[in-house]
Ligand binder design. Structure first.
Ligand code: FAD
Ligand code: MG
Length: 298
C-alpha cells in the first residue's frame, strides 16, 4: 500500500485528522476539492484563539502547518469513487483510478452540502445576511431585527433562541401552523409572528411579502437540509443515521464508521457542526486511525 491513510476532504476536520497521522510519521495523502461549507461567509466565530478570523485563513494556516511534515502529500481534486483493494482501499480522483492511490485506511472528512429553502434572493445572501447558526453569526447582528424563516416545526427551536440575539420574528411562510402550546412559547419569549407568504428578498434584507408589504430585517436564520458532500461513504457501505438536520455518516466515539478501516469526522459525521467540533472530531479520527494501523489485524 502506498499510503497508510488517505484523508478525503482537506478542510478543518480533514486537516486535524491528517495532522495527527503526520505527527505519528505516517504516510498520508490528503485529497481536497476546495469547497469548504463556510466559503460563503467572510469571517468565522466561536473557535478559540481564532474568533473573528477569516474562515479561509484558518484553513490555509492549518494546511501550511500540516505540509511542514515530510510524510504528507496533498492533491487537489475530487474523489469520485472509493472501494476495497486487497486489505486496504483504492480511490479514484477526478475519474482516474490508479494503484498509486491506495491506502490501508480512509478518513472521510467531506463535510456536507446545504440545501436551502427556495425563497428567491435567499441563496445569494447565504453567509452574509442569511445564516443557520446564531452562535456563529448572531452576536454581530448587534441586537437588531432578526427573522427566523420557518421550514418545518423544527424552526420553533431557532425562533425561541433568537430573542437572546435581537428582536425576533418568526416568518411562518406556510411551513407549519404553531399549536396552542407553541403559540404560548413564542409569546413568552417575545417572538413576533408573521403569517404571510414571502415573495422574495431584496436589498440587504428587505423581505417582500406576497401582499406587497416589505419587512426589513438585519439578519435571517433558517434551517438548511444537509447532505453528506460525497457518495464515497455510501459506496464503501458505511451506515448512515437520520437526524433532524439530515442524514450523516454513523460513527462511534472514536469516529470509526461501521466499515472497518474507514473513519469519518466533521460535519459529514455529526448533526450540527462547527469549526471547533470538526477539529475535535478530526483529531479523534486521526489518532484512532493511527492506532488502528498498530492494533487492528490488517
Ligand atoms: P468542510 O469545511 O465543509 O470541508 C469539507 C472539505 O471536503 C471541502 O474542502 C470539500 O471540497 C472537500 N470534499 C468534499 N467532497 C470531496 C471529495 N469527494 N473529494 C475531495 N474533497 C472533497 N462554524 C463555526 O465554527 N463558526 C462560524 O462562524 C461558522 N460560520 C458558518 C457560516 C456558514 C455560511 C456556514 C454554511 C457554515 C458555518 N460554520 C461555522 C460551520 C462550518 O463551516 C462547518 O462546521 C465546518 O466547515 C465543517 O468542517 P469540515 O472539515 O467537516 O467540512
Ligand atoms: Mg475537513
Amino acid at each position: 500500500m502506498h499510503y497508510d491513510a488517505i484523508v478525503i476532504g482537506g478542510s478543518y476536520a480533514g486537516l486535524a485528522a491528517a495532522t495527527q497521522l503526520a505527527r505519528a510519521r505516517r504516510r498520508v495523502l490528503v485529497v481536497d476539492a476546495g469547497q469548504r461549507r463556510n466559503r460563503f461567509a467572510t469571517h468565522s466565530h466561536g473557535f478559540l484563539t481564532q474568533d473573528g478570523t477569516p474562515a479561509a485563513d484558518i484553513a490555509a494556516q492549518g494546511r501550511a502547518q500540516l505540509m511542514v511534515y515530510p510524510t504528507v502529500e496533498w492533491r487537489e481534486g475530487k474523489v469520485t469513487a472509493a472501494g476495497r483493494a486487497g486489505q486496504g482501499f483504492r480511490i479514484e480522483v477526478d475519474g482516474v483510478e490508479s494503484e498509486a492511490i491506495e491506502a490501508r485506511r480512509l478518513v472521510l472528512a467531506t463535510g456536507v452540502i446545504d440545501h436551502l429553502p427556495e425563497v428567491p434572493g435567499l441563496a445569494e445572501r447565504w453567509g452574509r445576511h442569511v445564516f443557520h447558526c446564531p452562535y456563529c453569526h448572531g452576536y454581530e447582528l448587534n441586537q437588531g431585527r432578526l427573522g427566523a424563516l420557518a421550514v418545518s416545526p423544527l424552526s420553533m427551536h431557532v425562533a425561541l433562541m433568537l430573542p437572546d440575539w435581537g428582536q425576533a420574528t418568526l416568518f411562518l411562510n406556510g411551513a407549519f401552523e404553531p399549536d396552542t402550546e407553541q403559540l404560548a412559547q413564542l409569546q413568552a419569549r417575545g417572538v413576533e409572528l408573521e403569517r404571510g407568504l414571502i415573495d422574495r428578498i431584496e436589498g440587504a434584507m428587505d423581505i417582500v411579502m406576497r401582499d406587497g408589504r416589505v419587512i426589513t430585517q438585519d439578519g435571517l436564520f433558517t434551517l438548511s437540509r444537509v447532505e453528506v458532500a460525497s457518495p464515497v461513504a455510501a459506496q464503501l457501505g458505511c451506515e448512515f443515521e437520520d437526524g433532524p438536520l439530515g442524514r450523516t455518516i454513523k460513527t462511534d466515539a472514536m469516529k470509526a464508521t461501521t466499515v472497518p478501516g474507514v473513519y469519518a469526522c466533521g460535519d459529514a459525521a455529526r448533526q450540527g457542526g462547527s469549526l471547533p467540533l470538526a477539529v475535535g472530531d478530526g483529531t479523534m479520527a486521526g489518532a484512532a486511525t493511527h492506532q488502528s494501523l498498530i492494533f487492528a489485524a490488517h
